[in-house]
Every structure is written in C-alpha cells, then in structure tokens.
Design a protein around this ligand. Structure first.
Ligand code: AMP
Length: 197
C-alpha cells in the first residue's frame, strides 16, 4: 500500500506540525506503507519524507521540472520522478496512491486535497481521502464544509467521505474501513464524457 501525502512547503509556526509530519512518515513506514508526495525537502513535505526514510520506508517524489530547483527537490528519495507539468505531477501521484492524506499546509495543499476529494465524489477514482489533524488545524475548514452542507451545497453523504485522522494508526484504520460513496450524479459519470486528463 502507498499513501499520497499533501503537505505544506513551509513548516508552520508551531514545532508540533513538523513533529506530526515526521511521526506520520515514521508510522507509515513501520506499518509497511510507502509514501508518494510532491518531492520537496522543504517544510512539512521534507519532514514526512525524512520520517518515512528514517524507518526504511519507500518514498516516491513527483515534481514538475520547473519546481525541481525552486522547491528544492529531496535528493535522498527511493525515486524522484520529474514531470513536465503540474497536471502530470498530480496525475502521477494519484495513479501511484491507494489513499490520500493532507497534513497542514497552505493554498497548494488545499488545491491538491480538493482535487482528489471532488474527483472521488465524481467517481473518477474510488480511493479514500483524509486530513490529518494537528491541534485543530483543519477545524475551520471542516466547519466551512458543514456550513456548505447545512446550506444545501454539499450532500451529507459526500461531506461524510472526508476522513479525519490523528496519526498514522487512525489514518490506516479509517482508510481500511472506508467504502466509496454513491457517486454525486446518479449512474456515475456520463460515459460519453471523456475522462479528464
Ligand atoms: P503549499 O501548501 O502552498 O505550501 O504547497 C504545498 C505543495 O502544493 C507544494 O508541493 C506545491 O508545489 C503544491 N502546489 C502549489 N500550488 C499548487 C497548485 N496550484 N496545484 C497543485 N499543487 C500545488
């Protein structure tokens, strides 16, 4: 099994964020679970990769060429895959993962999280998506999702698919118990519509 990890390219203000990222990487490796992530050695991205590598885990990094220098690619990975575009990066990460988890991060982390979560709703894939909470970091986002649900913009059954984990053990337990929801549109996607790249 391999988990795609989305995480901030910054470390955040509190040392708790780095600790949680490192511990997630360590815990996944100890459970025999590999990581695919954005390939950087900076911020929480680097911390989760280092944690996994420190326990002998498999870490695949996927980074667009334009970011290899700017986002400072991690040179100690099991495999560093360089893509031409950001879209290819995200597709490669998604294809190689069995589940997705977002650690605390910024706008880039949110973009990656919402792409895989909404694609799950559209039945483009059937893989679990989770956020890993650190000291209530995701609470305002989860509250915003509940506001969308209360106002009729997000179906309760789809809101419920976003898993909330607290460490590697609860992440693995939640993802194993997860079952795909009924797709957002009855009958799934229109077969006449070509799949998105
Ligand atoms: P951030 O959370 O903003 O620090 O970004 C974390 C990760 O998201 C980094 O690996 C970025 O390369 C990636 N990222 C940033 N912007 C985007 C975007 N528009 N689409 C996909 N990934 C992004």
């Amino acid at each position: 099994m391999r988990v795609a990890v989305f995480a901030g390219s910054a470390s955040g203000v509190s040392p708790r964020f780095r600790e949680a990222a490192t511990e997630l990487g360590r815990g996944l490796a100890r459970a025999g679970v590999g990581i695919v992530y954005g390939g950087g050695h900076v911020g929480l991205m680097g911390a989760v990769a280092d944690g996994c590598l420190a326990e002998g885990g498999e870490v695949i990094g996927v980074m667009p060429r334009s970011l290899v220098e700017r986002e400072i690619a991690h040179r100690g990975l099991t495999d560093l895959q360089v893509t031409e575009t950001m879209h290819e990066r995200k597709a490669a990460m998604a294809a190689q993962a069995d589940a997705f988890v977002a650690l605390p991060g910024g706008a880039g982390t949110l973009e990656e999280l919402f792409e895989v979560w909404t694609w799950q709703h559209l039945a483009i894939h059937a893989k679990p998506v989770a956020v890993l909470d650190v000291d209530g970091f995701w609470r305002p986002l989860l509250d915003a999702l509940d506001t969308m649900t209360a106002n009729g913009f997000l179906k309760p059954a789809l809101r419920a698919t976003l898993l909330l984990a607290h460490d590697s053990a609860s992440l693995l337990a939640e993802t194993k118990a997860w079952r795909p929801p009924a797709p957002k549109w009855e009958g799934g996607l229109d077969p006449a519509v070509p799949p998105l790249p």
